[in-house]
Design a protein around this ligand. Sequence first.
Ligand SMILES: [Fe+2]
Ligand SMILES: [Fe+2]
Ligand SMILES: [Fe+2]
Length: 484
Amino acid sequence: MTMNLSAASPLLQDLLRSGSPLVKECIQLYASSPLFRNAEPDELLIHDDPYRRPVRTDDLPYLDFSGPLRREDLTSYPALVAHRMLLNIYEADLLFLPRNNGGRDWEAFRAFYDDRSRILGEIIRGTLEDHVFGFLREEVETSGRWSAAALREYFLTLDEEAQRAEPTVTEAILRASGRRKAATFFLLQLASDYLSEASAMGRNLLGAYGAPQSELFKILIDEYGYGVHGSKHSTLFEETMASVGLVPQIHTYWQLYLSTSLSLTNYFHYVSRHHAHFFKYLGALYYTEVTLAHACAHHARMLRAVFGEQACTRYFDEHVHIDKHHGRMVFDKLLVPVLERYGDTVVEDIVRGHEEFRALQEIADRDLIAQIAWTDRVDEYSATARRLIDEIDQGKHRWPSDTFVEYLDERSTTHVHDEHRLLVIESGQMKFWPAGGEPLILGPGDTTIIPRRRLHGSVILSERCVYHQPVVPHDVMTGIGLAV
Ligand SMILES: [Fe+2]
Ligand SMILES: [Fe+2]
Ligand SMILES: [Fe+2]
């Protein structure tokens, strides 16, 4: 049943149409908040400011958010920008207080929650959601007839699979030559969600829907440590971060989140913000509780192997135990009662939520492994870049190339390119930063490769820096084994 808008003014019709020119304008306006401006020279990390979230607004006029991305484009630049904006929109519903008591802190607090920003965010939200989650409608197969018994059997099989599953991300970290860097980068990805853990769940707790509501409330109470701040799951994660030298503050590492890590946090907000998706939420919740119980055991083992005694793994140890319990609670106390009540009407949404989140998790795992694979082998990429540049100079390749001129302290907010690019410095000096890896100080003649879809940033260290970016064809990168 859709609302009949034919009597509404053309302006209003346009405003409510996903991806319309008016919505495009609202995206520009939304992102023009000073809180979302490009990163400043000293803002690789963002300290003491939960509201400051650079979005690279200069690029927005060139991006098209209308229509769903394909599955293989979830690591693309538009996906990254859309997810950054979506998290900002969703988190305007959560409460973060200023860390300090200065005038600028309160100014940022008011700007983050102001009505203008919230209204614009609501207008553009549907377009952005459809852009990054729309592909799930086609990609995820949930056909067939589902009964409660079939669902139980299906979930049991998956649970067994999860127990046997290869812990691919933790294995990639343990295999990396820079294990500490890789493990740290992994923790940063989790920080986008875990530092305000279970906030999306909170969205499903108001209202009145019978006994399942009270059961969900019990899970929320666990997540929030029964009101004991030291036991709140986000506090446990803060301890993990601090134990390995990370700053446990909301979005200090904003620029380092991969789009696919943001997709996991955003998906739970997406299905919790729209209450029509409640049954998808339940399916996704079951998936995450059950798989986390297993994954957390691998994560704790990996952190101890990488950091030794220094690592506080209480967060992960706690989840091995509690999420097994939560998985059972979600099934017995939430899924079974709603299936008894609504049966076929909701079972497909439950399966769909489960499968959608599973797909997003698999995509995120692969993306994280690819980012680690690049940052762990940057020397190899730089050596190959040298060879390719020599070949270009010898006239062996005629690849298109962009030239850039930037000035002292100019920082590029972290981003990805949708093609493989060589980076070669003509004059001046740049600090180039493969997200999660060691920064490179590049001077005249220095070069490296930025593989497509890999997160990076830079800052200019000289008065002026001229650099070139020849685009390397994908088959060339594949041929030399460097297309992560
Ligand atoms: Fe938790
Ligand atoms: Fe849990
Ligand atoms: Fe770049």
